[in-house]
Design a protein around this ligand. Structure first.
Ligand SMILES: C[C@@]1(CC(=O)O)c2cc3[nH]c(cc4nc(cc5[nH]c(cc(n2)[C@H]1CCC(=O)O)[C@@](C)(CC(=O)O)[C@@H]5CCC(=O)O)C(CC(=O)O)=C4CCC(=O)O)c(CCC(=O)O)c3CC(=O)O
Ligand SMILES: NC(=O)C1=CN([C@@H]2O[C@H](COP(=O)(O)OP(=O)(O)OC[C@H]3O[C@@H](n4cnc5c(N)ncnc54)[C@H](O)[C@@H]3O)[C@@H](O)[C@H]2O)C=CC1
Length: 218
């Protein structure tokens, strides 16, 4: 399986099944997509901004739901394997992405797995075990939360620095060297993590140094 990041802005995600798993998937996708959850009952959980539709489609009704809603992705999260089968088949037929929550191990060809995710905007790390051991994904996600501390700020530093350097008379090679040095500086990571420095300040410092040394490397 190949990990990809998919932008769901202005897209619809249909979640079939309103249990704790359906709620988790709804929350996840509602960060970005318009989410509809179809289920005869809903768990007492947070569903994000998702729209909840009370209905219990039979397997033969599922194609009609996909026809009307035209989602980019469908999540099969019911506790009824026959419904989940119907969701997978109908989505396949229409060429839609489909995530099946009640299967692990051997995956169907073309399936989509939802990874465990750590976010330090704009940095995202996703962990998956090829659909085999979600508890391991969850464990690693918790471990990675610490590692990623400061990564969002570092990404803003590097992006800002790159933009600034592009406006100056500096070669692309030198630009790359400067950004690489910045991202490899343990002191800078510590400063960003502890809040003793911040993005604008670092950019100012690096540019000041660059101008005063005229680009000479120490
Ligand atoms: C294949 C996959 C399909 C999919 O849903 O995309 C799938 C399937 C199944 N999960 C099951 C169980 C659990 N799932 C979790 C948690 C998460 N599950 C997620 C993803 C995935 N789960 C996909 C594979 C991802 C990968 O490749 O690693 C995470 C990462 C993302 C998310 O869902 O948001 C999220 C962690 C979020 C976080 O970081 O916190 C926990 C832990 C807990 O709940 O505490 C348990 C209990 C422990 C255990 O059993 O492992 C069962 C058995 C059900 C049963 O036996 O009844 C099945 C079905 C089966 O195995 O048949
Ligand atoms: N992917 C994951 O992380 C996990 C997956 N699972 C699997 O996912 C399934 C769902 O998990 P839970 O949410 O805990 O189950 P649950 O049994 O609490 O919820 C299932 C939901 O599906 C709804 N439903 C039943 N028939 C329906 C129909 N015809 N149309 C629409 N909705 C219907 C029910 O009303 C209920 O809201 C489980 O059967 C289990 O196999 C379980 C734990 C974690």
């Amino acid at each position: 399986m190949i990990p990809l990041l998919h932008d769901f802005t202005n897209e619809t995600v249909l979640v079939v099944g309103g249990g704790p798993v359906g709620a988790r998937k709804a929350r996840r996708f509602a960060r970005e997509a318009q989410v509809l959850v179809v289920s005869p009952s809903f768990a007492d959980r947070e569903f994000g901004d998702a729209e909840l539709i009370r209905a219990a489609p039979a397997p033969e009704d599922v194609p009609g739901w996909l026809e009307r809603i035209v989602p980019a992705l469908v999540v099969a999260a019911t506790d009824d394997a026959a419904i989940n089968d119907a969701v997978v088949d109908a989505a396949r037929e229409r060429g839609l992405l489909v995530n099946r929550a009640d299967r692990s191990g051997e995956r169907e060809v073309g399936s989509v797995v939802v990874p465990a995710t750590v976010r330090e905007e704009p940095v995202t790390v996703a962990v998956a075990t090829g659909g085999t051991a979600p508890a391991v994904s969850k464990y690693l996600r918790a471990e990675l939360e610490e590692t990623l501390d400061g990564a969002g700020e570092m990404a803003r530093v590097c992006a800002g620095l790159r933009e600034e350097l592009k406006t100056r008379d500096i070669s692309a090679d030198r630009r790359r060297e400067i950004v690489t040095d910045v991202v490899n500086s343990p002191d800078l990571w510590t400063a960003l993590r502890t809040g003793t420095s911040n993005c604008p300040q670092v950019i100012e410092d690096v540019l000041g140094e660059e101008l005063s040394t005229g680009g000479e490397r120490p």
